[in-house]
Design a protein around this ligand. Structure first.
Ligand code: SF4
Length: 357
């Protein structure tokens, strides 16, 4: 029996879980109507109007990568982008700058360097944690963990355990789009959906938290967008480790997929709102100021998003696509406040560090 729009509305406002087909039908809803429903669902899971951000830095320790994904503008390519590897002193200097600036979280992330083994990753973790024990290392990615496990012939669980023993605190769930037919087209050498799920379960077994991202606008269908959300919702049901969902639109400039027409602002707001309604088990949805711009991120706070992510003292992967958006603490406070929300500075566990009166 086909459901009417008002029946789906009743389900959403009744706080019930919606199905895949129902979520696909939401793409045809009017944006304002959809945004209102998403804001209602946000209030069910987080009644407070607080919106947090963190002071963090991404340190991309190498751009040498054997995956060479078509959608990536960051990895080294012959005659186009020079390869680099940061030395430990350079990494420590960057973490030192963050600590002086009052920052609390570092994301070490890099390409899949053919010569990096488990020992190299363990050394990276140890060198930062021994010098800066108070900095949270929210680092690497499921792809990097599977890369190490294949290189070493170790299980994913053993790799995660070794990194945790070295001092790793949590792992961002860099997810791209968890639909294998899309992955085969845009990043055939990267991990499969099943491997991403295996990493999430291994993180859970080792007591680590994670997140889930979404890169959409790579020529996928609306159904495939929802299939991605379904993978995340299932893993969250099983583990509860996903602290935040972070959707962003694909930026085609300087990639091998430059012919793709970028997603629009309306597409972004709909993706945030549908993510909020579908992911009834994820508390935080980040407004993606880096890829979408500060003003669109501000609007997203009224349509389901409830976190501004990080100040990002340094970021080079998105910058490689030509995006130049930067921000700072004062600007994020103003953006959040002018959206009618309460700004807070938070830690990696989404706990209050500072409020702004
Ligand atoms: S997206 Fe990651 S895995 Fe793919 S080419 Fe870029 S750095 Fe390598």
């Amino acid at each position: 029996m086909t459901e009417t729009r008002s029946e789906l509305q009743d389900k959403i406002y009744g706080g019930k879980r919606i199905g895949i087909d129902e979520a696909v039908s939401l793409f045809s809803w009017d944006l304002i109507e959809l945004g209102k429903a998403a804001d209602f669902r946000r209030k069910l899971i987080q009644p407070s109007e607080e919106v947090g951000f963190i002071i963090d830095r991404i340190i991309n320790y190498t751009n040498v990568c054997e995956a060479m994904c078509d959608f990536c503008a960051f990895h080294a390519r012959a005659n186009r982008i020079e390869p680099y590897e940061l030395r430990e002193e350079e990494i420590l200097a960057k973490v030192g700058e963050l600590a002086e600036f009052g920052g609390t979280q570092v994301m070490l992330q890099g390409g899949l360097h053919p010569k990096y083994n488990l020992q190299r990753y363990v050394e990276l973790v140890k060198c930062v944690k021994s010098r800066f024990p108070g900095i949270v290392l929210h680092s690497f990615s499921p792809t990097e963990i599977v890369h190490i496990s294949k290189k070493e012939g170790l299980s994913i669980e053993d790799v995660v355990k070794a990194l945790v023993d070295a001092g790793l605190d949590s792992v961002p769930g860099a997810s791209d789009l968890l639909v294998d037919s899309v992955r085969q087209r845009v990043s055939p050498k990267k991990i499969s959906t099943e491997e991403w799920c295996q990493v999430m379960k291994a993180l859970h077994q080792n007591g680590l938290k994670s997140s889930a991202t979404m890169t959409y606008g790579m020529g996928e269908t609306d159904l495939q967008k929802i299939e991605h959300l379904e993978v995340i919702r299932k893993i969250q049901d099983q583990t509860g480790i996903i602290r935040a969902f972070i959707p962003w639109s694909f930026s085609p400039a300087n990639t091998k997929m430059e012919e793709i027409i970028p997603a629009t602002g309306v597409d972004y707001l709909k993706m945030v709102a549908i993510g909020r309604i579908f992911l009834d088990n994820v508390v935080y949805i980040q407004a993606g100021w880096l890829t979408e711009g500060l003003k669109l991120a501000q609007v997203a706070l009224t349509m389901g998003a409830n976190d501004m992510g990080g100040v990002l003292m340094e970021e080079v992967v998105v910058k490689a696509t030509g995006i130049k958006t930067r921000t700072n603490e004062g600007e994020l406070v103003d953006i959040i406040r002018n959206a009618g929300k309460i700004p807070i500075k938070r830690d990696s566990n989404y706990q209050l560090i500072k409020s702004f009166d």
